[in-house]
Design a protein. Structure first.
Length: 344
């Protein structure tokens, strides 16, 4: 089966709220001796849960191998190699279940910093996560998603440093996995395309980020299409989708000079993610890209519950879009049951 023959996938990052007992990684502090092997036991259970939910894309925790590259804790540096067989087994299971895997390294992974030490630490993190994907036997769809980084007072110079790091310092196995996402504060879609033209790095289009930051005024569908075109033929692209938070937030503050507290309402930031995805907004965006095949990582606060709700909503209000994800009555019934259970 070719990559474009199967339905498009909706993905979930890291945590599953439908089963809070599931652990995305071994989160113990270093004094307790956490290990990748423990994280993989949790990942194995998560894959089973994803299979039951019929969710076929998952972003693994960036802390899957705890302290694996920490410069002051060398006792943890060998755990990826120690778990080669375990990684191969979990990768085989993901392939058998048709679950696409990825990493999104932390905000501290910065390739365009003027500090070469920070860049070196960032490359070490990327190399470790790329090695895990390699040992899992994952194909080119399994990627490491990062942002351009900081502007450091000169956006053009910062972009150029990213290109220089790619050309001079990144190992081949990292380049093979790395993809670049437009962000919502510093570097927009045009910046990511500029880097792609000079490096060939694949691009991840983030829908909410594009609305938050689009200095060049790129048309939404045009920008998304150009990002999708950055992927080679035969490798399915993916995008990120979330809706902005709209609910007001209640904040209690002490009244100066008294013991009283007052409650104030604060408007949400446009960059904040909502708990769920607006299905109307999602369907409209998908209809701007007819005939295009790609997977969608749903970056909503409600995680897998948001995916289930989106599937149900699409079946009701946008069956043409639901069909692109292979959704039917069985998915609607399963989603309704799980959402009802979660609400109790």
């Amino acid at each position: 089966m070719t990559p474009d023959a199967s339905p498009m996938r909706l993905g979930v990052p890291v945590k599953l709220l439908s089963d809070p007992a599931l652990k995305a990684n071994d989160a113990r502090r270093w004094q307790s001796g956490p290990h990748l092997r423990v994280s993989l036991e949790g990942l194995d259970a998560i894959l089973d849960a994803l299979d039951r939910l019929n969710i076929r894309m998952y972003r693994m925790s960036s802390d899957l191998a705890p302290y694996a590259t920490h410069p002051d804790l060398p006792q943890f540096h060998g755990q990826v190699a120690e778990c080669a067989a375990d990684l191969a087994a979990i990768g085989a299971k993901a392939r058998r279940l048709g679950i696409r895997l990825s990493f999104h390294p932390s905000q501290f992974v910065v390739l365009n910093s003027p500090d070469p030490v920070l860049v070196g630490k960032s490359i070490a993190d990327l190399a470790s996560q790329a090695e895990m994907l390699d040992l899992m036997g994952q194909g080119p769809e399994a990627v490491l998603v990062i942002h351009l980084g900081g502007a450091y007072g000169d956006r053009d110079a910062a972009r150029a440093r990213w290109v220089e790091t790619w050309e001079r310092r990144l190992p081949a196995h990292v380049k093979a996995r790395l993809v670049l996402e437009n962000d919502d504060i510093r570097f927009d879609a045009a910046d990511a395309l500029w880097v792609h033209q000079r490096t060939g790095v694949r691009l991840i289009f983030d829908h909410q980020h594009h609305w938050c930051l689009n200095r060049s005024g790129l048309d939404l569908a045009e920008a998304a299409g150009r990002f999708l075109d950055s992927w080679p033929e035969g490798v399915r692209p993916k995008i990120h989708f979330s809706s902005p938070r709209t609910a007001m937030k209640e904040v209690k503050r002490k009244v100066e000079g008294t013991r009283r507290q007052e409650t104030r309402l604060l408007a949400p930031l446009l960059t904040a993610h909502a708990e769920l995805v607006n299905a109307f907004e999602f369907a409209h965006f998908l209809r701007l890209l007819p005939g295009r095949v790609f997977d969608v990582m749903v970056e909503a606060k409600a995680k897998d519950l948001a995916v289930l709700r989106l599937r149900r909503d699409l079946l009701r209000c946008a069956p043409d879009v639901a069909a692109r994800f292979g959704l039917g009555a069985a998915e609607e019934q399963a989603a309704a049951a799980l959402l009802e259970e979660a609400a109790e």
